[in-house]
Design a protein around this ligand. Structure first.
Ligand SMILES: Cc1cc2nc3c(=O)[nH]c(=O)nc-3n(C[C@H](O)[C@H](O)[C@H](O)COP(=O)(O)OP(=O)(O)OC[C@H]3O[C@@H](n4cnc5c(N)ncnc54)[C@H](O)[C@@H]3O)c2cc1C
Length: 470
């Protein structure tokens, strides 16, 4: 079928105004958040229902075209960007943003894949419930992408990753069939757990169109604290102590290095240093209480006092109001934005076992500095989960292109080290195109072959997101 005829058929399925082909309309969908990837596609399709998607999938299969699913376009590894002008249909889930059911008795919410995360939070709150998945891109990232990347964020410590929060899925498969798996069951042992194949599959196995998610009671109280530290090892010592003392109430535990704090204070309006004396690094923690805000505060205060007595921290602040809490989180959540303003950066989302984290960080910093002494290393993030973002900012005085040309060499240095520490080269952002070759190099042949077999079984003609992940 000639391209014009294909476009006509898609327009008939979804309505002409929901089919975008003009460069000024397609640009936002084809440009990745950090502008690291600029894509090409035959068209952008904005369907409204699983049935629309099913028809597009059947057409694409018949015409030997490709489908790249996209939700909020905040992915950091290029998975949501198509690169084939003649054969790629980008299917955006953005219009499929309905909440289908909010069920406080089941503690569940059924939502379509285009729901923005912040809207899910607000809707859950209307029933006095919490949907705990949260990350800095919550105003843009959408449910489909969050599930397809098995997103993490900073509540993983207490509630787990996207996978742990999902009860059921609805997906469009490569043969165009719609899999109706929207079950709100906590227990269901009828064979293989199919939903877990699609979660984390980065759009390579099918299109997630809706999901049933777990909700939780909103904690009666919550408090956030920031403490200055001398070393990341101290952050880990504090973490173990605080976790033991809090009885599982710790919901976040993040590391912020001084250089990251400096970038934020310099570039992000309305931020200020909450602790007068600067420290080499900081921990940002959050603690929930099922009793009251005062209880959360008292528990956090007691923990911080003990940490001071143990000489693990010198200075600390506790957020006494919602505004203070937001101000503390802004320091952490603006880290990527602030770093962007310091020039080019090379980002490495890694995890290592907690027991090896401090030594890993020391060796990683030394290895990068040995290669590029002027490198500005910003190692921050979810240290309580054993997950750090080791971002390296362009050295002052070096050109962006010259620095970015070192991507592979610096990646190799860090990923070799991660491997030697039994860690992962992707803790939460996924593989996409950015780490595809690295994955092929580093995952065992047995695991890669199992992954390829799953891909062949569910998508034999490589219709979904070719060239990504595998
Ligand atoms: C400022 C910032 C902070 C971030 N912080 C975190 C963080 O703390 N933790 C974290 O885990 N991530 C983080 N991310 C990364 C990103 O927000 C997550 O990966 C998020 O899950 C992507 O959601 P999205 O809707 O934007 O998906 P997209 O970017 O649109 O897509 C991501 C991947 O999912 C696939 N996909 C999208 N929709 C579907 C669907 N319906 N069915 C099947 N496949 C689909 C795409 O093909 C692509 O491979 C951050 C990003 C930014 C910009």
């Amino acid at each position: 079928m000639p391209q014009a005829k294909t476009l006509e058929t898609i327009a008939r399925i979804i309505g002409a105004k929901n089919l975008l082909t003009h460069p000024s309309d397609t640009k936002p969908y084809l440009t990745e958040w950090r502008e690291n990837y600029r894509g090409k596609a035959l068209c952008i399709a904005l369907p409204l229902s699983p049935k629309d998607i099913s028809e597009i999938v059947k057409l694409a299969a018949k015409e030997k075209l490709h489908i790249v699913p996209q939700s909020g376009n905040t992915g950091l590894v290029g998975g949501q960007i198509p690169f084939d002008k003649n054969r790629a249909i980008l299917v955006s889930l953005a219009r499929m943003n309905k909440i289908r059911e909010l069920n406080p008795t089941n503690n569940s919410i059924t939502a379509e894949a285009g729901c923005i995360l912040a809207n899910l939070h607000h809707t859950a709150e209307t029933a006095n419930r919490l949907f705990p998945l949260t990350l800095a891109s919550k105003g843009s990232s959408q449910l489909g992408g969050l599930l397809a990347t098995n997103a993490g964020g900073h509540n993983v410590l207490r509630y787990g990753m996207a996978r742990d929060l999902t009860l059921g899925l609805e997906c469009v498969l490569a043969n165009g069939k719609i899999w109706h798996g929207l079950r709100a069951l906590r227990k269901d042992n009828r064979g293989y757990d199919l939903k877990n194949l699609f979660i984390g599959s980065e759009g390579t196995l099918g299109i997630i169109t809706a999901a049933v998610l777990k909700l939780f009671p909103i904690p009666k109280g919550e408090t956030t604290f920031l403490a200055g530290l001398q070393t990341p090892q101290q952050a880990l010592d504090c973490f173990h102590w605080a976790q033991a003392r809090s009885g599982g109430a710790l919901s976040a535990f993040e590391l912020i290095p001084r250089i990251g704090m400096d970038f934020v204070l310099k570039h992000i309006p309305e931020t200020r240093d909450p602790i007068r004396n600067p420290s080499p690094c900081y921990l940002l923690g959050a603690l929930d209480s099922e009793i009251s805000a005062e209880d959360a505060s008292e528990k956090a205060q007691a923990i911080l006092s003990e940490l001071m007595e143990k000489n693990l921290i010198k200075d600390a602040v506790l957020a006494s109001s919602e505004a203070r809490r937001e101000a503390l989180w802004k320091l952490r959540e603006s880290m990527s934005e602030a770093q962007k303003r310091e020039g080019a950066s090379l980002k490495h989302d890694i995890s290592v076992p907690l027991s090896k984290m401090a030594r890993f960080l020391e060796e990683a910093e030394a290895a990068v500095k040995a290669f590029l002494p002027e490198a500005r290393i910003v190692a921050f993030g979810h240290i309580g989960d054993g997950n750090l973002h080791i971002n390296i900012s362009q050295p002052v005085g070096m050109s962006a292109d010259g620095f970015l040309a070192l991507r592979e060499k610096i990646g190799r240095i860090l990923y070799d080290l991660v491997e030697s520490f039994d860690g992962s080269i992707s803790a939460e952002h996924g593989i996409g195109v950015l780490k595809r070759d690295e994955l092929a190099r580093r995952k065992s042949q047995t695991e890669l072959e199992m992954m390829r077999q799953i891909k062949r079984a569910l998508d034999p003609d490589n219709l979904f997101n070719p060239g990504k992940l595998l």
